[in-house]
Design a protein around this ligand. Structure first.
Ligand code: BGC
Length: 532
């Protein structure tokens, strides 16, 4: 079979039609509702107890760390109080063996060590003076230190939150698998390792990256309306949005250990955990490559939406599709049998140790490279195949085949992302409740939206396919990158937590997370306006 025909056949398997999009949106809305009503639904719809968003006037120096994918980031953030901030950060790849370590200690002590390194490099004076004070401290009990950094911990996995800095891990995602951590309070795990190193840091707040993104977007782009949704389209995918309190009916049956709820804004940010939309596969598209990927993953049957949308998985889907074609003797992919090749001077070979033969061997960045490759003869694609994947002398036809399939996988991911966005916009009635030409604001972050060519345009195309949104509604949806959103968002919530602690010290008033968030934001900030 000619290579181009075979590639088109595979690409067609990833088509996700207008009808599919609309079926997806209906199911998404239904599964969101189900999650608001009960625990244990496919979409967790986790109440965050955050009942308002910032307005840009917040100030102070905070630390934030971000664990959620391939990298661990440590940063310090100076909030200037005028919607701007300065950020210093360091980033380190998380060693693969720590992602599947035997004990939580192995991972969390590594994280604490990175915080120590960061402090030594970027806040040396602060760090040294703390070390000296500790050395000269002769009192009893915990040393009081006014210079302790408050740290917001962005932990981007499904967590049942019980308070501003307390929450237990429900399940790992994105390739992490440390059984010992499930059900444990991740803030306590981190604090323990920070204390073991004697660092001047208090884990003040626990934040999902989507909530951080929503907060950060609201901080940096205050306008008449607040931000509706914070979405991550990166290694993983997820969204947090502003929901009406009375729709979160499961809060009525909450257990005694759940945080107290403030109802003054009538709203709360909900972490959807949409990566697990439709785990039972009622509407999600399914190819043999998706099935193979799922079966070979550490969590088969879970995060089924994420496995079709996010950066951790798209490369692996493409790798499986390419391997299938390479194994088909009638298809001349990366082989010299292609009679249409006119350059017979070089031999196409795939190295026996090529990453293409290894699970997760193909990085999603390859999809971005090839989809954005407009060079003559797809030179950039062939170069990447050669230098990163051990495919020497790939022909233009080879590169075109890889590009075609990669494009189809990326486009399906973007159209699925639109399903999530459309569902949130429709179920919150946001288009109806803002002025006829008003804007619905969405903050996004992650390598896919940032780097995958035309990702947003594909999302928009699919949004226009949904009748409740249509071309007019699509134009009113403003999608903005909230760069470093999770760090800034975590800092903002650490700021809130700090005030809470000081408030508690000064007045011995004990305030709930929700209550405090509301009293803090209620005083300083606009309320979020999405009411019908
Ligand atoms: C996690 C979410 C997170 C998302 C994006 C998912 O795998 O379950 O909590 O927000 O990845 O990082």
């Amino acid at each position: 079979m000619a290579l181009a025909v075979a590639a088109e056949r595979v690409a067609a398997e990833f088509e996700y039609s207008k009808e599919d999009v609309n079926r997806g949106v209906q199911a998404f809305i239904q599964q969101m509702d189900e999650g608001l009503g009960k625990k244990g639904a496919t979409m967790s719809q986790i109440p965050t107890y955050v009942t308002a968003v910032p307005n840009g006037t917040e100030k102070g120096l905070y630390m934030a760390v971000d664990l959620g994918g391939t990298n661990f980031r440590v940063c310090s953030i100076q909030l200037h109080g005028n919607s701007t901030f300065s950020l210093t950060q360091s980033k380190v790849a998380i060693p693969k063996d720590l992602m599947v370590a035997k004990t939580s200690h192995e991972l969390f002590s590594f994280l604490a060590k990175q915080i120590e390194l960061f402090l030594k490099v970027h806040h040396e004076e602060h760090y040294q003076s703390h070390v000296e004070r500790r050395a000269s401290y002769v009192g009893f009990g915990t040393m009081r230190d006014e210079n302790i950094f408050s740290l917001g911990f962005t932990f981007s996995f499904p967590v049942q939150q019980y308070g501003i800095n307390k929450g237990t891990l429900i399940r790992w995602t994105k390739g992490f698998d440390i059984a010992d951590t499930i059900g444990k309070d991740v803030c306590a795990l981190l604090q323990k390792e920070i204390d073991a190193l004697g660092l001047p840091v208090r884990v003040a707040a626990l934040v999902n990256d989507t909530v951080g993104t929503l907060m950060a977007r609201s901080y940096t782009s205050p306008g008449k309306q607040g931000t509706l949704l914070g979405g991550i389209f990166g290694t993983g995918t997820n969204g947090a949005y502003v929901e009406k309190l009375d729709k979160i009916t499961k809060l009525k049956n909450q257990s005694a250990d759940a945080g107290e709820i403030d109802d003054s804004t009538g709203e709360m940010i909900v972490n959807t955990e949409w990566g697990s939309f439709d785990n039972h596969m009622s509407v999600l598209p399914d190819t043999s490559y998706d099935r193979g990927l799922d079966a070979g993953s550490v969590n088969p049957g879970i995060q089924m939406f994420e496995k079709r949308v996010s950066g951790m998985f798209l490369g692996e889907i493409l790798r499986r599709a390419l391997i299938d074609l390479m194994n088909d003797p009638s298809v001349p992919l990366f082989s010299d049998d292609d009679s249409s090749r006119n350059d017979i001077s070089s031999t196409t070979t795939v190295a026996s140790d090529s990453p293409l033969y290894k699970q997760w061997g193909l990085d999603t960045s390859f999809l971005s490279i090839t989809s954005g490759d407009s060079s003559y003869g797809l030179k950039a694609t062939r170069q990447a195949l050669n230098s990163d994947y051990g495919v020497s002398a790939a022909s233009a036809e080879d590169a075109e085949a890889a590009r075609l399939i990669a494009g189809a996988i990326g486009k399906r991911a973007a159209r699925l992302s639109a399903v999530a966005i459309a569902a949130v916009v429709i179920t919150t009635k946001s288009l109806e409740s803002s002025a006829p030409d008003g804007v619905v604001d969405i903050g996004v972050d992650g390598s896919l939206v940032e780097f995958y060519p035309n990702f947003e345009e594909y999302i928009r195309e699919a949004l226009r396919d949904v009748p409740q949104i249509g071309p007019h509604g699509e134009k009113r949806i403003r999608i903005g990158i909230a760069k470093d959103g999770s760090g800034v968002g975590a800092a903002l919530i650490a700021l809130v937590a700090d005030k809470k602690m000081k408030g508690t010290h000064e007045t011995t008033r004990s305030t709930s997370f929700g209550g405090f968030m509301a009293s803090f934001f209620g005083g300083l900030n606009r309320t979020i306006r999405y009411r019908a």
